[in-house]
Design a protein around this ligand. Structure first.
Ligand SMILES: Nc1nc2c(ncn2[C@@H]2O[C@H](COP(=O)(O)OP(=O)(O)OP(=O)(O)O)[C@@H](O)[C@H]2O)c(=O)[nH]1
Ligand SMILES: [Mg+2]
Length: 387
């Protein structure tokens, strides 16, 4: 499992250890998810479901008190770090990817005196190894060949600019915002375990709340008590309400209660956390389908965003995960987390080309404001810099 460190904050380290423990408990990587065996018989599944239903749902609805986000402790005024803006955070977060793509492109451009076939091959190699995907990399280089020929580009600077423009044009998408016009509207967050669903929910809740929306989160990952506790911590940080039942409860029952809560309290957005693993993959998919059935039945006219969370560090697995999860609901967007922990941020480009689902948020760290709405032009600027 990837380790995240260097945040220089005791509380944060404590939280992180907890998170890591949680994930050790779960012990199922994205790859294992793909290979998950159908271990339970039909009867076992039935018994499991009955057990979940019987697990007396002790509903707790809380108006969370907002608690301060965890900034590093500041000792004196002089050492107080300047809080970086969004763009700076993005740039910092993408440092590894920038070193892997842009720096290498620049080195190749400097070492090659002229624009020839060998140069194109070198550039192609860089794109492929930064996880842009074989297919996408080949297309980008094919486009580059055309552009170089058409615009009679002969120098390194021109080639660099051409690559930047091609990548930018591939990322442009009109649909990167959330469509949350109904009251309430719903965001269902899905994805394999450990990708960053719960953390992203906390951050999205914070983001929407700062836009003046009244947000409720639903703890529909009832598979482990720790999952409910973790969401509760994030709800408190973001200062939003949480609807939860106890461990083992039926996730659909949690969602049902959460929807009623939102209707009666006039909440604007309901964000649903879901399990990343159950005993089997089939089991998980059935549970998620049921969750969507409840939402569609209770809120037939609501705007529903189905966000698939993908971990940028797991690279090309993303495509098969997206395929599996689109079984339960049409995906409306991708949340791409942990871009700060990988040199393979090129995955943004391949996701866009291969999945045909817009990337709506990107995660560049573990703090509350480290999840940003995806802005393609800023992303390209952060990678290549301004001209
Ligand atoms: N560096 C970094 N870490 C992240 C980011 N997003 C999430 N994480 C970390 O990833 C770990 C897993 O996050 P969770 O939110 O618990 O993941 P989950 O998908 O809810 O996991 P399950 O509930 O087990 O299915 C935590 O330690 C998070 O702090 C990110 O953008 N950058
Ligand atoms: Mg979770």
């Amino acid at each position: 499992m990837a380790k995240w460190f260097n945040w220089g904050n005791k509380n944060k380290a404590k939280d992180k250890n907890k998170d890591e423990k949680v994930h050790e408990e779960q012990n199922l990587s994205a790859q294992e998810f793909e290979e998950a065996e159908e271990e339970l018989s039909e009867e076992d599944l039935k018994a499991l479901e009955e057990e979940a239903l019987q697990a007396a749902p002790e509903e707790v609805i809380e108006q969370a008190e907002e608690i301060p986000t965890e900034e590093p402790p500041v000792e004196t005024e002089q050492v107080k770090p300047k809080k970086p803006g969004f763009f700076e955070k993005l740039k910092d977060g993408l440092k590894k990817t920038r070193d892997s793509i842009t720096l290498r492109i620049d080195q190749v451009l400097v070492s090659f005196g002229k624009v020839d076939e060998e140069l194109f091959e070198e550039l192609e190699e860089i794109l492929i190894t930064s996880d842009m995907g074989m297919d996408t990399s080949l297309k980008i280089i094919a486009e580059l060949r055309e552009k170089v020929k058409k615009e009679k580009i002969t120098d390194a600077r021109g080639v660099r600019q051409a690559i930047k423009e091609i990548i930018a044009s591939r990322l442009v998408d009109e649909d990167t915002g959330l469509k949350l016009n109904s009251k309430p509207s719903v965001i269902v967050v899905i994805g394999v375990n450990g990708v960053g669903k719960t953390t992203s929910i906390g951050k999205i809740a914070h983001h929407l709340k700062s836009q003046g929306k009244r947000v409720t989160v639903a703890a529909a990952d009832t598979f482990r008590a720790a999952a409910i506790d973790q969401l509760e911590i994030w709800a408190k940080r973001a200062g939003v309400e949480i609807v939860k039942h106890s461990e083992g409860a039926d996730p659909s029952a949690v969602i049902y209660d959460a929807v009623q809560h939102c209707k009666s309290k006039g909440a604007d957005v309901l964000i649903c956390d879901t399990a990343g693993r159950l005993h089997t993959k089939k089991n998980l998919m059935e549970e998620l389908k049921k969750v969507f059935r409840v939402i569609n039945r209770e809120l037939p006219d609501a705007d529903i965003e189905t966000l698939l969370v993908l971990d940028a560090t797991t690279g090309q697995n993303a495509v098969s995960q997206a395929k599996t999860f689109s079984e339960v609901s049409e995906l409306s967007g991708i949340v791409l987390t942990k871009l700060d922990g990988t040199a393979k941020g090129g995955i943004v480009v391949s996701i866009k080309s291969e999945l045909n689902v817009p990337v709506k948020f990107i995660g560049v760290g573990e703090q509350m404001d480290d999840l940003q709405p995806f802005n393609p032009s800023e992303f390209v600027e952060a990678l290549f810099g301004s001209d």
